[in-house]
Design a protein around this ligand. Structure first.
Ligand code: SF4
Length: 325
């Protein structure tokens, strides 16, 4: 065993864990399970977290990627990441009952994509190819107007006329810094660009990244709890690493390595927007057993009382249940 005797502080990011979109999506599946029973079909992982998916699977939720795997007329929940219009159309054709758990902040991006396409505006989508959210948003942009970029080299390869009007949309969970660099480069190339400073990066992504940067001022090693498929969790690790602090991402406390603490005195912990609190609590407990004198510190979260409305049928079911209680 290396020198693991020095840890003095465990700093927890003040703002971390579930965002409002994830809380709603999980509640939607919980209520759909109660209301419609099992098997309940969910298209794509409702949120990108292994523990949550495993728990739902153990209770009869079947996660599918293709609607072909849902028997006709069954209920299917669409994930928080958003779903392309052709999938809604296919579900309607098949007589499937859809419960849509798309985060309203992703829906907002879909509506903007439609507005650009109605006006024939070339639309640049900044995001990760293959990520569910980008796949969904792509579906709202007309063929021939859609341009996906992940990095600066993609901008060099864009073939849009430089005097064209160009709209920019981003995945909601990107790195705030990387995105602003890409947007600056796009602005330089396309004078008629329509964009804000950080585009569609959501409040939860921004707040969690800011909180991690604050942690890096206090800590000499950072651990992010989050699944590898979770875009926002990966960005948290990168933000910490960008500040020169060694950073690790773990899906569960069992992946934590005490050797990461060798020679370190101050550990920072945060978690992605789809990570249940009990995983972080378990990690802290585990580390505290090894380092009982390490002082735990956490400031109050800056997010208070943010909640998104649930789909009407889910709200109605909740209301009825409350009346009966
Ligand atoms: S990370 Fe942002 S966009 Fe994604 S579900 Fe949460 S609030 Fe919505």
């Amino acid at each position: 065993m290396g020198n693991t005797t020095e840890l003095k502080f465990i700093h927890l990011a003040h703002t971390q864990g579930f965002c409002a979109g994830v809380s709603s999506a999980i509640e939607i599946v919980e209520i759909a399970l109660e209301k419609y029973g099992t098997p309940l079909y969910v298209r794509h992982e409702i949120v990108h977290n292994t523990a949550i998916i495993a728990d739902f699977k153990s209770r009869g939720v079947i996660f599918i990627e293709d609607l072909v795997d849902v028997p006709d007329t069954n209920t299917v929940v669409f994930s928080a990441h958003g779903t392309a219009p052709d999938v809604f159309e296919e579900a309607a054709r098949r007589g499937l009952h859809i419960v849509d758990a798309t985060c309203p902040l992703v829906t907002k991006v879909h509506r903007q994509a439609e507005r650009y396409s109605r006006r024939d505006v070339h639309t640049i989508l900044i995001g990760h190819r293959g990520h569910q959210e980008l796949i969904g948003t792509s579906g709202y942009v007309e063929d021939g107007l859609r341009h996906i970029i992940e990095d600066e080299s993609d901008i060099d390869n864009l073939t849009i006329p430089e005097d064209a009007e160009v709209g920019v949309l981003t995945q909601t969970t990107l790195s705030v810094t990387d995105t602003s660099h890409l947007i600056a480069k796009l602005r330089a190339k396309f004078p008629n660009i329509i964009t804000g400073s950080k585009e569609d990066i959501c409040y939860a992504t921004q707040n969690r990244q800011d909180a991690v940067v604050e942690l890096t001022k206090l800590c000499d090693v950072i651990v992010i709890v989050g699944s590898l498929a979770s875009s926002n969790s990966n960005r948290l690790r990168e933000r910490a690493e960008d500040q020169g602090i060694p950073s690790y991402i773990i899906d569960s406390p069992s992946e934590f390595k005490f050797s990461w603490l060798d020679g370190r005195t101050s550990l920072g912990i945060s978690s992605g927007a789809s990570v249940p609190k009990f995983l972080v609590d378990e990690l802290v407990r585990m580390i505290s057993v090894r380092f009982p004198d390490a002082v735990k510190k956490q400031d109050e979260s800056i997010e208070k009382g943010i909640a998104f409305p649930l789909p009407k049928e889910i709200q109605d079911y909740k209301k009825q249940k409350n009346q009966l209680a």
